[in-house]
Design a protein around this ligand. Structure first.
Ligand SMILES: N[C@@H](CCC(=O)N[C@@H](CS)C(=O)NCC(=O)O)C(=O)O
Length: 211
C-alpha cells in the first residue's frame, strides 16, 4: 500500500518527509491539509494527530508524526540516507535535532509571520527579532559547510533534507542565498540529486494564499 503523507506545499516540515521519500524511491501520495482554513485545528485532524501538525504519514497500520521521526522511519525502511558509519549516524541525529529547534523551528515561524498573515497583522518587531536570531543560525550552517559537501556525512543524509527544508521557498523572510555561499552551493548539490523536486512541485498548496 502506498504511504499517504498529510501535508501542504507551504510546509517545510512536510517537505522534509516528502523529499526523503521521493529521493529514497519510497512510494507515497500527498493528502492535502487545508492549513490556511484551519484544518489542523479540526476535530477530525486532531484525531489523526493530537499535536495538530503536519506532516502526518499513514504507512500501512502505522501513523507517524514529527518530520524527523518520519525521516528516520523512511531511512530505516529503505536503508538510505541514514549515514554510512556509526559516527555519521550520530551526526545525522545531532543536526536533525539542531535543525528542528534552531533552523526550521524559527524559519518556518518567521516566514509564516512575514508572508501568510494578513499584512496588517504582521508583527514587525517579532519578525525582526527572529530574523536577527536566524542570521546567527545561517552563519553556523554556512561555516559548517565550508570545506564539506554534506551536513553530517560524506554523502547526503536525512540531516541535509531537514536543514534545507525552508531554504528553497521564494517568499522573503530574511534568508538570501547570496549572503551564504557555502549554503548556496550545498542547496545546489541537494537540488542536483536524482529525483529532487521543489516543495511546491512535490506537495499541493494554496497558491491564492501565496499571491
Ligand atoms: N516539530 C514538528 C513541527 C511541525 C509543524 O510546525 N507543522 C506546521 C506546518 S509547517 C503545522 O502543521 N502547524 C499547524 C498549526 O500550528 O496549527 C515537525 O517537525 O514535524
Amino acid at each position: 500500500m502506498t504511504a499517504r503523507l498529510h501535508c501542504f506545499g507551504e510546509s517545510g516540515n512536510a517537505y522534509k518527509a516528502a523529499l526523503t521519500m521521493t529521493l529514497a524511491g519510497y512510494g507515497w501520495t500527498p493528502v492535502h491539509v487545508d492549513f490556511f482554513n484551519g484544518e489542523t485545528r479540526s476535530e477530525a485532524f486532531r484525531k489523526l494527530n493530537p499535536m495538530g501538525e503536519v506532516p502526518v504519514l499513514e504507512d500501512g497500520a502505522a501513523i507517524l508524526t514529527q518530520s524527523g521521526n518520519i525521516q528516520y522511519h523512511i531511512s530505516e525502511k529503505t536503508g538510505k540516507f541514514g549515514g554510512t558509519t556509526p559516527e555519521a549516524r550520530v551526526e545525522v541525529r545531532r543536526w536533525i535535532l539542531w535543525d528542528n529547534h534552531k533552523l526550521s523551528g524559527q524559519a518556518g515561524m518567521t516566514r509564516f509571520l512575514a508572508n501568510f498573515l494578513p499584512p496588517d497583522r504582521r508583527p514587525a518587531e517579532v519578525i525582526a527579532f527572529h530574523q536577527a536570531r536566524l542570521r546567527g543560525v545561517y552563519a553556523i550552517l554556512n561555516g559548517h559547510l565550508a570545506g564539506r559537501d554534506w551536513v553530517a556525512d560524506s554523502a547526503p543524509t536525512i540531516a541535509d533534507f531537514a536543514c534545507c527544508s525552508y531554504l528553497y521557498y521564494p517568499e522573503p523572510f530574511g534568508f538570501d542565498r547570496a549572503d551564504w555561499p557555502h549554503v548556496d552551493r550545498w542547496l545546489d548539490r541537494i537540488a542536483a540529486l536524482p529525483g529532487w523536486r521543489h516543495p511546491y512541485d512535490l506537495m499541493p498548496g494554496n497558491p491564492s494564499d501565496r499571491a
